[in-house]
Design a protein around this ligand. Structure first.
Ligand code: 1PR
Length: 531
């Protein structure tokens, strides 16, 4: 059987395509309104902002056919913003009309309760049995969104599942053959693939109520703390693309670039071992031009064939003019990565340059990579990778930067430090501190912070708790603690002592010193929610 995909070119639909193929079905694209009416199974993966989705649908003449298909009860599966598009409108794009199948407006998550966007693995509370959830056993599923639909009595019969994130929202709707999920089944590992498989298997399926499908509970669902595996990638001296790992960013051992494995193979291993996300950092991306850096695009393409959790790619996301004088915007670069299978891009050096300009002019130009990529793909697709280094001072008055009193004094006994942002993999320090950087990036539209720490990187001495606390206090977007994990207890420590949303490690996983499963067991044993 063939599955028809509604791809309007706004983001990563490669994963949905790969997931469908993995399940043994062929995929074709909607090429005109008639395909929407005639498709055997239609999947509409909503990517981008509400306004962008509705405008693209309108430009292509797809609104009326979609409404017709739904009213005729033909198989339809919407994902993420596609669920939201079923409503009348959204606070995200005031004045833009949705499909209007369900009543009401989609709202933004309230500030101050949890990080916004919600990025990560949360549970669902099924409200009615459904063949789509046959063999579903309460596994957490992957969500990434800042806006939500509330359950309202005027949409009675539609609510299939609810989830809590500060407030309770509708995480799945269904009526007859029409279904939409706020979560991403194609990014939700094996549990998500099973749900997708059930949709593709068709409406004739019997509902199996022997699993969680038949048991409805009002227990609150909880977002999990994410455990992320990071692969620092670069070419070694023989020109092979390898996963490497530095000690405080120095990746050479006896003059040679350390080689800890092949990127695609390692990513697959971490997916199978339970990583909640995989991050690739092209650590020499500041030197090379990524549009010519086909190996990284190929790494993503090949990885996304077998890895069904979110993928982030960083390194070299910036505007660029090549030797022939052709210019590429950072949006061109990011778009190439999204098309190759990335869900998020991570911006390092270019974010520091942008913030320097922003602090000097206090003006948003709309031209920075952060603003451009965020406005097209949404804030949740833009991660800022920060490479800070401690600068010790004996008193806060000696600097204009945001300082902390530290429990780890400097070499001359200095009791205070600030965190200086660096570019080009720590090679160059700038007069911007980490608080200035993350706050400005959040204001410009970034959706998440990947918080490295040069002092801790590769040291196995634990995350820099003081740094993580400082950054979490400064922003409302999710923060990933990174650098320094040396044992599973370090993950428990960072989650107990800070409100970090995720923790990332590299060396201990690459060297097989700690298994992801052991980390999860220990963190769960400490009463912290994990997948
Ligand atoms: O500046 O936008 O081109 O992006 C370059 C990216 O490459 C940045 O995200 C930067 O962090 C990264 N990078 C550059 N040079 C290095 C290096 O190591 N020489 N790696 C580098 C940064 C930090 C983490 C690492 C954690 C965990 N690596 O990704 O994986 O520190 O390590 P651990 O668990 O082993 O302690 P741009």
């Amino acid at each position: 059987m063939n599955v028809t995909l509604l791809d309007y070119g706004a983001g990563n639909v490669r994963s949905v395509r790969n997931a469908i193929r993995k399940l043994g079905y062929s995929v074709s694209d909607v090429t005109g309104p008639e395909d929407i009416i005639n498709a055997q199974r239609l999947i509409f993966p909503g990517v981008g902002s509400f306004g962008l989705v509705m405008n693209r649908l309108s430009q292509k003449g797809y609104i009326a056919p979609l409404q017709q298909r739904i009213l005729e009860n033909k198989p339809f599966l919407g994902i993420c913003v596609a669920l939201q598009s079923l409503y009348e409108g959204s606070e995200e794009s005031p004045g833009v009309h949705g499909l209007g199948i369900l009543k009401g407006q989609v709202k933004r998550f309230p500030a101050g309760v949890h990080a916004v966007p919600q990025i990560g693995w949360n549970g669902i509370k099924l409200q009615q049995p459904s063949a789509l959830f046959n063999d579903y056993n309460d596994e957490k599923l992957y969500f990434v969104h800042s806006y939500y639909a509330a359950d309202e009595s005027r949409n009675a019969q539609w609510c299939l599942a609810k989830t809590d994130y500060g407030i309770e929202f509708v995480s799945a709707v269904a009526k007859g053959n029409v279904t939409a999920f706020q979560f991403h089944p194609e990014k939700s590992g094996k549990a998500g693939l099973k749900i997708l498989e059930n949709y593709l298997a068709g409406t004739e399926q019997q509902i199996d109520i022997n699993t969680k499908n038949g048991q409805f509970s009002d227990k609150r669902t909880k977002i999990a703390k994410r455990i992320i595996a990071c692969l620092d990638v670069r070419s070694n001296d023989s020109g092979d693309l390898v996963v490497t790992k530095g000690d405080q960013y120095d990746v050479r051992d006896k003059g040679e670039v350390r080689n800890l494995g092949k990127p695609v193979e390692l990513a697959k291993r971490y997916y199978e071992e339970g990583a909640d996300e995989i991050t690739f950092l092209n650590i020499t991306g500041f030197r090379d031009f990524p549009m010519k850096d086909q190996p990284m695009l190929e790494v993503l393409e090949r990885t996304s064939e077998n890895v069904f959790v979110p993928l982030t790619i960083g390194g070299g996301i910036r505007e660029f003019t090549d030797s022939e004088g052709a210019s590429y915007t950072s949006l061109d670069v990011a778009s190439a990565y999204f098309r190759a299978g990335a869900d998020k891009v991570s911006i390092g050096s270019d974010a520091v340059d942008t913030v320097e300009r922003f602090l000097a002019t206090k003006t948003k130009t709309g031209a920075s990579s952060i603003e451009q990529i965020s406005s097209v793909y949404g804030a949740q697709a833009v991660v800022i990778s920060v490479d800070p280094r401690r600068v010790y001072v004996s008193s806060p008055e000696l600097t204009s930067h945001h300082t902390i009193k530290t429990s780890f004094p400097g070499p001359e006994g200095q009791q205070y430090c600030w965190y200086q942002c660096t570019v080009k993999g720590g090679r160059e320090g700038r007069d911007v501190d980490v608080v200035q950087l993350v706050q400005a990036c959040e204001e410009l539209g970034a959706g998440e912070i990947l918080l490295n720490c040069i002092d801790r990187d590769g040291t196995n001495s634990g995350f820099d708790i003081e740094l993580v606390r400082m950054v979490k206090d400064a922003v409302a977007i999710p923060v990933i603690a990174s650098s320094g994990a040396g044992k599973a207890d370090h993950f428990v420590e960072v989650f107990e002592k800070t409100p970090a949303d995720a923790a990332l490690a590299a060396g201990i996983f690459h060297r097989h010193e700690v298994q992801i499963e052991d980390v999860k067991d220990l963190v769960a044993g400490a009463g912290i929610e994990v997948r």
